[in-house]
Ligand binder design. Structure first.
Ligand code: GLN
Length: 286
């Protein structure tokens, strides 16, 4: 039987050979999940032997990872804004930079305000759930085009006990009309598919082979959703309501332009941890 340390070494070598980045960290994360401990706790357990079933599961996980499946899909969960979310292949894996979107909104609005929020393309539901927890009087409607994604979002809504404040609706922002919600929302938020058609092919295999393509790219110039969301938000926001958009690298100025054309004012841009323009937000003109 192999010990924790021996298993880690072998798995790391194997993942490296297959071309997986951060092989050791991936080997550790997967084993920690099986042993139900923190990654760093493995260092206290180097000499512990793995039993047969642990070894079998670990072998399966490492094989999947070597095949470029993201470790978050293998373990079925991810941490976002300090909260746990279930994920599977039907939803985009929540990214650290999307936390900036949450932070930006929470900084602007007081906790006790009864906000109405509309979230477009919810995926795992990471955005509405993080907002609902940090803005405890808010009510949120989230839409997604994918029924499979909505199942995941629903599980997360249940996990965080937010059924009463987070509504989930199957809907297509490009084609559906939301007239009954005209002048309803204080906040509209979205992290839409923003990778353009050409760039999509150049992304890591983890993304192109495993994440839902409709969550990543618009199969167009990367700006399609910003045009549609900006024009619809103008109707759906209350007077002085704010539209918050996550953008891809290099898109902030284009998105700002689109928002200006749609009558938004006071447009601001916020950077992420890598100093990349990441969030563009602006106020609906009076
Ligand atoms: N709202 C989810 C997120 O930010 C999903 C976004 C998407 O699928 N494009 O992670």
């Amino acid at each position: 039987m192999l010990t924790v340390l021996e298993s880690l070494k072998l798995s790391t070598q194997f993942l490296e050979k297959k071309g997986i980045e951060s092989a050791r960290m991936n080997a550790e994360l997967l084993l920690a999940h099986i042993l139900q401990c923190q990654r760093l706790d493995l260092y206290l357990r180097f000499n512990q032997p793995l039993n047969k079933s642990e070894t079998n599961i670990y072998r399966e996980y490492i094989t999947r990872r070597a095949n470029f499946e993201p470790y978050q899909y293998i373990i079925g969960e991810v941490e976002f804004y300090g909260l746990i979310f279930f994920v599977d292949k039907n939803v985009l894996i929540p990214r650290q930079e999307t936390e900036i979107l949450i932070e930006t909104i929470i900084e602007i609005f007081p906790k006790e305000e009864e906000l109405k929020i509309f979230d477009i393309g919810t995926g795992s539901g990471n955005i509405p759930i993080s907002l609902a927890i940090n803005l405890p009087e808010s009510k949120i409607i989230s839409i997604d085009i994918s029924s499979e994604a909505l199942i995941v979002a629903d599980k997360n809504r249940e996990l965080h006990d937010l059924k009463s404040r987070v509504g989930l609706m199957k809907s297509n922002i490009l084609t559906d009309s939301f007239e009954k919600y005209n002048n309803t929302f204080d906040i509209i938020v979205s992290n839409p598919p923003y990778v353009n058609k050409t760039e999509f092919g150049t992304l890591q295999r983890e993304i192109t082979e495993f994440e839902p393509d409709i969550a990543v790219t618009d199969f167009d110039d990367g700006l399609k959703f910003y045009r549609e969301i900006s024009s619809k938000s103008k109707m759906l926001l209350k007077e002085s309501g704010i539209l918050f958009l996550e953008v891809g690298e290099g898109q902030a100025e284009d998105v700002k332009e689109i928002m200006l054309k749609n009558g938004f004012t006071n447009i601001k841009i916020k950077n992420d941890y890598l100093e990349i323009n990441r969030v563009v937000f602006g106020v609906k003109e009076k």
